[in-house]
Design a protein around this ligand. Structure first.
Ligand SMILES: Cc1cc2nc3c(=O)[nH]c(=O)nc-3n(C[C@H](O)[C@H](O)[C@H](O)COP(=O)(O)OP(=O)(O)OC[C@H]3O[C@@H](n4cnc5c(N)ncnc54)[C@H](O)[C@@H]3O)c2cc1C
Length: 370
Protein backbone atom coordinates (compact mmCIF):
# COMPACT_ATOMS: atom_id res chain seq x y z
CA UNK A 1 0.00 0.00 0.00
CA UNK A 2 1.48 3.41 -0.87
CA UNK A 3 1.71 6.22 1.68
CA UNK A 4 -1.35 8.02 0.38
CA UNK A 5 -3.63 4.98 0.61
CA UNK A 6 -2.16 4.02 3.97
CA UNK A 7 -2.67 7.43 5.55
CA UNK A 8 -6.24 7.52 4.26
CA UNK A 9 -6.88 4.13 5.83
CA UNK A 10 -5.33 5.14 9.17
CA UNK A 11 -7.30 8.39 9.31
CA UNK A 12 -10.57 6.46 9.30
CA UNK A 13 -9.90 5.37 12.89
CA UNK A 14 -11.27 7.76 15.54
CA UNK A 15 -8.45 9.73 17.14
CA UNK A 16 -5.91 9.44 14.30
CA UNK A 17 -4.44 12.46 12.56
CA UNK A 18 -1.73 12.60 9.91
CA UNK A 19 1.03 15.21 9.86
CA UNK A 20 3.14 15.30 6.70
CA UNK A 21 5.31 18.30 7.48
CA UNK A 22 7.12 17.79 10.82
CA UNK A 23 10.78 16.81 10.71
CA UNK A 24 12.74 15.00 13.40
CA UNK A 25 14.52 18.30 14.03
CA UNK A 26 11.09 19.73 14.98
CA UNK A 27 10.35 16.76 17.23
CA UNK A 28 13.60 16.31 19.16
CA UNK A 29 15.38 18.34 21.82
CA UNK A 30 18.73 18.10 20.01
CA UNK A 31 16.85 19.70 17.10
CA UNK A 32 18.53 17.69 14.38
CA UNK A 33 17.09 15.04 12.08
CA UNK A 34 15.59 14.69 8.62
CA UNK A 35 12.00 14.10 7.63
CA UNK A 36 10.01 10.96 8.40
CA UNK A 37 7.63 9.53 5.76
CA UNK A 38 4.82 11.03 7.83
CA UNK A 39 3.73 11.32 11.44
CA UNK A 40 0.63 9.66 12.84
CA UNK A 41 -0.80 11.38 15.91
CA UNK A 42 -3.02 9.21 18.10
CA UNK A 43 -5.29 10.77 20.69
CA UNK A 44 -6.26 7.52 22.42
CA UNK A 45 -4.63 4.19 23.23
CA UNK A 46 -6.90 2.11 20.98
CA UNK A 47 -5.96 4.31 18.03
CA UNK A 48 -2.27 3.80 18.87
CA UNK A 49 -2.57 -0.02 18.94
CA UNK A 50 -4.55 0.06 15.71
CA UNK A 51 -1.98 2.24 13.93
CA UNK A 52 1.00 0.16 15.06
CA UNK A 53 -0.79 -3.09 14.15
CA UNK A 54 -1.63 -1.86 10.63
CA UNK A 55 1.84 -0.43 9.94
CA UNK A 56 3.49 -3.62 11.23
CA UNK A 57 1.24 -5.78 9.06
CA UNK A 58 2.54 -3.90 6.00
CA UNK A 59 6.15 -4.06 7.27
CA UNK A 60 6.39 -0.28 7.34
CA UNK A 61 9.22 0.79 9.68
CA UNK A 62 7.92 2.94 12.51
CA UNK A 63 9.26 4.69 15.54
CA UNK A 64 7.37 5.95 18.57
CA UNK A 65 8.42 9.50 19.34
CA UNK A 66 7.48 11.20 22.59
CA UNK A 67 9.16 14.56 23.15
CA UNK A 68 12.31 13.41 21.38
CA UNK A 69 14.52 14.13 24.38
CA UNK A 70 16.44 10.88 24.10
CA UNK A 71 16.77 10.63 20.34
CA UNK A 72 19.60 11.43 17.93
CA UNK A 73 18.40 11.29 14.32
CA UNK A 74 20.47 11.55 11.13
CA UNK A 75 19.79 14.36 8.67
CA UNK A 76 20.89 15.60 5.22
CA UNK A 77 24.46 16.11 6.50
CA UNK A 78 24.61 12.30 6.72
CA UNK A 79 22.75 11.68 3.48
CA UNK A 80 19.44 11.22 5.29
CA UNK A 81 17.26 14.20 4.45
CA UNK A 82 14.38 11.68 4.27
CA UNK A 83 14.22 8.77 6.67
CA UNK A 84 12.30 5.62 5.92
CA UNK A 85 10.30 5.75 9.15
CA UNK A 86 6.76 6.60 10.05
CA UNK A 87 6.59 8.43 13.37
CA UNK A 88 3.82 7.42 15.76
CA UNK A 89 3.07 10.03 18.41
CA UNK A 90 0.99 9.04 21.44
CA UNK A 91 -0.97 12.15 22.39
CA UNK A 92 -3.13 10.96 25.29
CA UNK A 93 -2.06 12.86 28.38
CA UNK A 94 -4.45 11.74 31.15
CA UNK A 95 -3.10 11.64 34.71
CA UNK A 96 -4.92 10.02 37.65
CA UNK A 97 -3.61 10.59 41.15
CA UNK A 98 -5.19 8.73 44.08
CA UNK A 99 -4.12 10.55 47.22
CA UNK A 100 -5.42 7.83 49.56
CA UNK A 101 -3.90 4.77 47.93
CA UNK A 102 -0.82 6.47 46.46
CA UNK A 103 -1.53 4.94 43.06
CA UNK A 104 -0.71 7.18 40.11
CA UNK A 105 -1.62 6.32 36.52
CA UNK A 106 -0.62 8.26 33.43
CA UNK A 107 -1.29 7.92 29.72
CA UNK A 108 1.74 7.60 27.45
CA UNK A 109 1.35 11.18 26.25
CA UNK A 110 1.34 12.80 29.69
CA UNK A 111 4.19 15.23 30.31
CA UNK A 112 6.38 13.42 32.82
CA UNK A 113 7.17 16.45 34.92
CA UNK A 114 3.45 17.23 35.17
CA UNK A 115 2.93 13.71 36.52
CA UNK A 116 5.64 14.36 39.12
CA UNK A 117 4.22 17.79 39.99
CA UNK A 118 0.69 16.41 40.49
CA UNK A 119 1.96 13.54 42.64
CA UNK A 120 4.03 15.92 44.75
CA UNK A 121 1.11 18.33 45.12
CA UNK A 122 -0.93 15.43 46.47
CA UNK A 123 1.85 14.71 48.99
CA UNK A 124 2.84 11.43 47.36
CA UNK A 125 6.46 10.30 47.60
CA UNK A 126 8.80 8.27 45.40
CA UNK A 127 9.29 10.28 42.20
CA UNK A 128 10.23 13.73 43.53
CA UNK A 129 13.90 13.12 42.63
CA UNK A 130 12.77 12.58 39.02
CA UNK A 131 11.50 16.17 38.80
CA UNK A 132 12.41 18.17 35.72
CA UNK A 133 13.22 15.22 33.45
CA UNK A 134 11.90 16.06 29.97
CA UNK A 135 9.71 13.71 27.97
CA UNK A 136 6.48 11.84 28.25
CA UNK A 137 5.25 9.24 30.72
CA UNK A 138 5.25 6.53 28.03
CA UNK A 139 9.01 6.86 27.58
CA UNK A 140 9.83 6.68 31.27
CA UNK A 141 9.99 2.86 31.47
CA UNK A 142 11.87 2.64 28.16
CA UNK A 143 15.21 3.56 29.70
CA UNK A 144 14.10 3.28 33.33
CA UNK A 145 14.69 6.99 33.85
CA UNK A 146 16.68 7.90 36.88
CA UNK A 147 18.23 10.84 38.68
CA UNK A 148 19.55 11.78 42.10
CA UNK A 149 19.61 8.21 43.39
CA UNK A 150 16.09 7.24 42.26
CA UNK A 151 14.94 5.17 39.29
CA UNK A 152 11.37 4.82 38.12
CA UNK A 153 11.71 1.05 38.58
CA UNK A 154 11.61 1.73 42.36
CA UNK A 155 7.91 2.63 42.09
CA UNK A 156 6.68 1.39 38.71
CA UNK A 157 4.17 -1.45 39.23
CA UNK A 158 2.24 -1.98 36.00
CA UNK A 159 2.62 -0.94 32.39
CA UNK A 160 -0.04 -1.05 29.69
CA UNK A 161 1.81 -2.48 26.70
CA UNK A 162 0.95 -3.18 23.11
CA UNK A 163 3.19 -6.11 22.21
CA UNK A 164 4.07 -5.83 18.52
CA UNK A 165 4.72 -9.55 18.09
CA UNK A 166 1.64 -10.99 19.79
CA UNK A 167 -0.48 -7.91 18.94
CA UNK A 168 -1.90 -8.02 22.47
CA UNK A 169 -2.69 -4.84 24.41
CA UNK A 170 -2.64 -5.58 28.15
CA UNK A 171 -1.39 -4.44 31.55
CA UNK A 172 1.80 -6.30 32.46
CA UNK A 173 3.89 -6.21 35.60
CA UNK A 174 6.80 -3.79 35.40
CA UNK A 175 9.19 -6.63 36.29
CA UNK A 176 8.63 -8.13 32.81
CA UNK A 177 10.50 -5.17 31.29
CA UNK A 178 13.84 -6.22 32.78
CA UNK A 179 14.44 -2.71 34.11
CA UNK A 180 18.06 -1.88 34.89
CA UNK A 181 20.29 1.19 34.86
CA UNK A 182 19.09 3.21 31.83
CA UNK A 183 17.76 0.05 30.23
CA UNK A 184 14.64 -1.99 29.57
CA UNK A 185 14.01 -4.74 27.06
CA UNK A 186 12.03 -2.20 24.98
CA UNK A 187 14.83 0.37 24.67
CA UNK A 188 16.66 -0.72 21.54
CA UNK A 189 14.25 -3.42 20.42
CA UNK A 190 11.06 -1.39 20.05
CA UNK A 191 9.30 -4.71 20.72
CA UNK A 192 6.36 -3.04 22.45
CA UNK A 193 4.59 0.27 22.82
CA UNK A 194 3.95 1.71 26.27
CA UNK A 195 0.37 2.99 26.35
CA UNK A 196 0.14 3.85 30.05
CA UNK A 197 1.99 3.42 33.33
CA UNK A 198 1.03 2.84 36.94
CA UNK A 199 3.14 3.62 40.00
CA UNK A 200 2.69 2.93 43.70
CA UNK A 201 3.86 5.93 45.70
CA UNK A 202 3.95 6.53 49.45
CA UNK A 203 1.27 8.64 51.12
CA UNK A 204 2.94 10.21 54.16
CA UNK A 205 4.18 13.35 52.39
CA UNK A 206 7.81 12.29 52.61
CA UNK A 207 10.32 11.55 49.87
CA UNK A 208 11.91 8.21 49.11
CA UNK A 209 15.00 7.63 51.29
CA UNK A 210 17.66 10.06 50.05
CA UNK A 211 21.15 8.91 49.20
CA UNK A 212 22.48 11.62 46.97
CA UNK A 213 25.05 13.88 48.61
CA UNK A 214 23.59 17.08 47.14
CA UNK A 215 20.21 16.26 48.72
CA UNK A 216 21.16 15.08 52.18
CA UNK A 217 23.96 14.80 54.66
CA UNK A 218 22.19 11.89 56.35
CA UNK A 219 21.89 9.04 53.86
CA UNK A 220 18.57 7.24 54.17
CA UNK A 221 16.62 10.20 55.58
CA UNK A 222 13.24 11.14 54.13
CA UNK A 223 12.23 14.76 53.68
CA UNK A 224 9.05 16.56 52.57
CA UNK A 225 8.38 15.83 48.90
CA UNK A 226 7.77 19.46 47.94
CA UNK A 227 11.10 20.55 49.36
CA UNK A 228 12.95 17.80 47.48
CA UNK A 229 11.22 18.62 44.20
CA UNK A 230 12.25 22.28 44.51
CA UNK A 231 15.84 21.38 45.39
CA UNK A 232 16.12 18.93 42.52
CA UNK A 233 14.72 21.47 40.03
CA UNK A 234 17.20 24.05 41.26
CA UNK A 235 20.13 21.64 40.95
CA UNK A 236 19.02 20.59 37.48
CA UNK A 237 18.61 24.18 36.26
CA UNK A 238 22.17 24.88 37.38
CA UNK A 239 23.37 22.13 35.04
CA UNK A 240 21.16 23.02 32.06
CA UNK A 241 19.17 19.87 32.68
CA UNK A 242 15.73 21.50 32.57
CA UNK A 243 14.54 22.31 29.05
CA UNK A 244 14.48 25.98 28.21
CA UNK A 245 14.05 27.02 24.55
CA UNK A 246 16.06 30.21 25.21
CA UNK A 247 19.04 28.40 26.70
CA UNK A 248 21.21 26.51 24.19
CA UNK A 249 22.84 24.58 27.01
CA UNK A 250 19.55 22.67 27.22
CA UNK A 251 19.37 21.85 23.49
CA UNK A 252 20.62 18.38 24.19
CA UNK A 253 19.57 14.82 24.84
CA UNK A 254 20.52 15.13 28.52
CA UNK A 255 23.44 12.99 29.59
CA UNK A 256 24.89 11.76 26.33
CA UNK A 257 26.84 8.78 27.68
CA UNK A 258 25.84 6.31 30.38
CA UNK A 259 28.09 5.85 33.38
CA UNK A 260 30.25 2.84 32.49
CA UNK A 261 30.01 -0.26 34.67
CA UNK A 262 33.28 -2.19 34.64
CA UNK A 263 34.71 -5.18 36.57
CA UNK A 264 36.44 -4.12 39.82
CA UNK A 265 39.93 -4.97 38.43
CA UNK A 266 39.24 -2.80 35.40
CA UNK A 267 38.31 0.10 37.71
CA UNK A 268 41.73 -0.28 39.38
CA UNK A 269 43.40 -0.28 35.98
CA UNK A 270 41.53 2.92 35.03
CA UNK A 271 42.65 4.55 38.28
CA UNK A 272 46.26 3.61 37.45
CA UNK A 273 45.96 5.23 34.05
CA UNK A 274 44.47 8.35 35.66
CA UNK A 275 47.38 8.39 38.11
CA UNK A 276 49.90 8.06 35.29
CA UNK A 277 48.35 10.99 33.44
CA UNK A 278 47.28 13.29 36.28
CA UNK A 279 48.96 12.06 39.44
CA UNK A 280 47.94 9.95 42.46
CA UNK A 281 45.96 12.74 44.11
CA UNK A 282 43.58 13.01 41.19
CA UNK A 283 43.32 9.23 40.85
CA UNK A 284 42.28 8.98 44.49
CA UNK A 285 39.27 11.20 43.81
CA UNK A 286 38.03 9.04 40.93
CA UNK A 287 34.34 8.28 41.63
CA UNK A 288 33.48 4.58 41.68
CA UNK A 289 30.36 3.06 43.12
CA UNK A 290 29.34 -0.55 43.73
CA UNK A 291 27.06 -1.76 40.97
CA UNK A 292 25.77 -5.06 39.65
CA UNK A 293 28.64 -6.44 37.59
CA UNK A 294 31.41 -4.41 39.23
CA UNK A 295 31.99 -0.70 39.67
CA UNK A 296 30.09 2.18 38.15
CA UNK A 297 32.41 5.00 37.04
CA UNK A 298 31.41 8.57 36.27
CA UNK A 299 31.35 9.30 32.54
CA UNK A 300 31.41 13.07 33.19
CA UNK A 301 34.49 12.79 35.41
CA UNK A 302 36.37 10.68 32.85
CA UNK A 303 35.43 13.04 30.00
CA UNK A 304 36.75 16.03 31.93
CA UNK A 305 39.95 14.26 32.98
CA UNK A 306 40.52 13.17 29.38
CA UNK A 307 40.79 16.87 28.57
CA UNK A 308 37.30 17.72 27.35
CA UNK A 309 36.21 20.72 29.36
CA UNK A 310 32.77 22.31 29.42
CA UNK A 311 32.08 24.10 26.15
CA UNK A 312 34.53 21.90 24.20
CA UNK A 313 35.66 22.43 21.43
CA UNK A 314 34.94 26.17 21.73
CA UNK A 315 32.72 29.04 20.87
CA UNK A 316 32.96 28.62 17.08
CA UNK A 317 31.55 25.11 17.07
CA UNK A 318 27.85 24.53 16.50
CA UNK A 319 27.97 21.21 18.40
CA UNK A 320 29.63 21.65 21.78
CA UNK A 321 29.69 20.23 25.24
CA UNK A 322 27.31 22.17 27.43
CA UNK A 323 28.97 25.06 29.23
CA UNK A 324 27.27 23.82 32.43
CA UNK A 325 27.69 20.06 32.24
CA UNK A 326 30.38 17.96 30.55
CA UNK A 327 28.05 15.07 29.89
CA UNK A 328 25.62 16.95 27.64
CA UNK A 329 26.32 17.41 23.92
CA UNK A 330 24.47 20.51 22.79
CA UNK A 331 23.29 22.13 19.57
CA UNK A 332 24.11 25.84 19.64
CA UNK A 333 21.51 26.54 16.96
CA UNK A 334 22.83 25.44 13.59
CA UNK A 335 24.40 22.05 14.35
CA UNK A 336 23.76 19.16 11.97
CA UNK A 337 23.49 15.56 13.05
CA UNK A 338 26.98 15.01 11.62
CA UNK A 339 28.35 17.71 13.93
CA UNK A 340 26.80 15.98 16.95
CA UNK A 341 27.94 12.52 15.84
CA UNK A 342 31.50 13.74 15.14
CA UNK A 343 31.68 15.32 18.60
CA UNK A 344 30.32 12.14 20.22
CA UNK A 345 32.98 10.07 18.43
CA UNK A 346 35.78 12.46 19.38
CA UNK A 347 34.81 12.24 23.04
CA UNK A 348 34.29 8.51 23.08
CA UNK A 349 37.65 7.96 21.35
CA UNK A 350 39.47 10.48 23.58
CA UNK A 351 38.27 8.80 26.77
CA UNK A 352 39.15 5.37 25.39
CA UNK A 353 42.64 6.45 24.35
CA UNK A 354 43.39 8.04 27.72
CA UNK A 355 41.79 5.57 30.12
CA UNK A 356 40.75 2.47 28.15
CA UNK A 357 37.05 2.91 28.93
CA UNK A 358 34.55 2.70 26.09
CA UNK A 359 31.69 5.12 26.68
CA UNK A 360 28.28 4.05 25.40
CA UNK A 361 25.71 6.64 24.28
CA UNK A 362 22.51 6.88 26.29
CA UNK A 363 20.13 8.19 23.57
CA UNK A 364 18.58 6.02 20.90
CA UNK A 365 20.14 6.65 17.47
CA UNK A 366 18.10 6.62 14.27
CA UNK A 367 19.61 6.45 10.79
CA UNK A 368 23.18 6.50 12.10
CA UNK A 369 25.37 4.91 14.75
CA UNK A 370 28.40 5.85 16.76
C1 LIG B 1 17.85 18.31 29.32
C2 LIG B 1 17.63 16.82 29.47
C3 LIG B 1 17.77 16.22 30.70
C4 LIG B 1 17.55 14.84 30.86
N1 LIG B 1 17.72 14.27 32.08
C5 LIG B 1 17.51 12.95 32.26
C6 LIG B 1 17.68 12.35 33.54
O1 LIG B 1 17.98 13.01 34.53
N2 LIG B 1 17.47 11.02 33.65
C7 LIG B 1 17.09 10.23 32.58
O2 LIG B 1 16.91 9.02 32.76
N3 LIG B 1 16.93 10.78 31.36
C8 LIG B 1 17.12 12.11 31.16
N4 LIG B 1 17.00 12.67 29.93
C9 LIG B 1 16.62 11.82 28.78
C10 LIG B 1 15.12 11.83 28.45
O3 LIG B 1 14.49 12.97 28.95
C11 LIG B 1 14.38 10.61 28.98
O4 LIG B 1 14.95 9.44 28.45
C12 LIG B 1 12.89 10.64 28.61
O5 LIG B 1 12.21 9.60 29.27
C13 LIG B 1 12.62 10.54 27.12
O6 LIG B 1 11.25 10.85 26.89
P1 LIG B 1 10.73 11.28 25.46
O7 LIG B 1 9.22 11.31 25.52
O8 LIG B 1 11.37 12.52 25.03
O9 LIG B 1 11.20 10.03 24.59
P2 LIG B 1 11.80 10.06 23.10
O10 LIG B 1 13.11 10.73 23.09
O11 LIG B 1 10.76 10.58 22.17
O12 LIG B 1 12.03 8.52 22.83
C14 LIG B 1 13.13 7.85 23.42
C15 LIG B 1 13.07 6.35 23.06
O13 LIG B 1 11.93 5.77 23.68
C16 LIG B 1 11.03 5.23 22.71
N5 LIG B 1 9.68 5.54 23.19
C17 LIG B 1 9.20 6.75 23.54
N6 LIG B 1 7.92 6.64 23.96
C18 LIG B 1 7.61 5.33 23.88
C19 LIG B 1 6.44 4.58 24.18
N7 LIG B 1 5.33 5.16 24.65
N8 LIG B 1 6.46 3.24 23.96
C20 LIG B 1 7.58 2.62 23.47
N9 LIG B 1 8.71 3.29 23.17
C21 LIG B 1 8.72 4.62 23.37
C22 LIG B 1 11.38 5.94 21.42
O14 LIG B 1 11.03 5.13 20.29
C23 LIG B 1 12.87 6.11 21.57
O15 LIG B 1 13.51 4.90 21.23
C24 LIG B 1 17.19 14.05 29.75
C25 LIG B 1 17.05 14.67 28.49
C26 LIG B 1 17.25 16.04 28.35
C27 LIG B 1 17.09 16.68 27.01
Amino acid sequence: MNDELMTQHLKEFVGVEIDTTSTFADMTTLRVGGKPRYTVRCSNADAASFVVRVLDSENIPLVIVGDGSNLLVADASMGQADLDYVVVSLDFPHIQVNQDSGIVRAGAGANWDKVVAEAVDAGLGGIECLSGIPGRAGAVPVQNVGAYGTEVSDVLTWVRLYDRKTQVDEWVEASTLDLRYRYSNIKFTQRAVVLAIEMQLTTDGLSAPLNFRQLTENPGERRPVKEIRETVLELRRGKGMVLNPNDRDTWSAGSFFTNPIVPAEKADEVAQRVAAKLGDEVAETMPRFDAEGGKKLSAAWLIERAGFKRGYPGIEAQARLSTLHTLALTNRGEATSKDIVDLARTIRDGVFDEFGVKLVPEPVWLGTEI
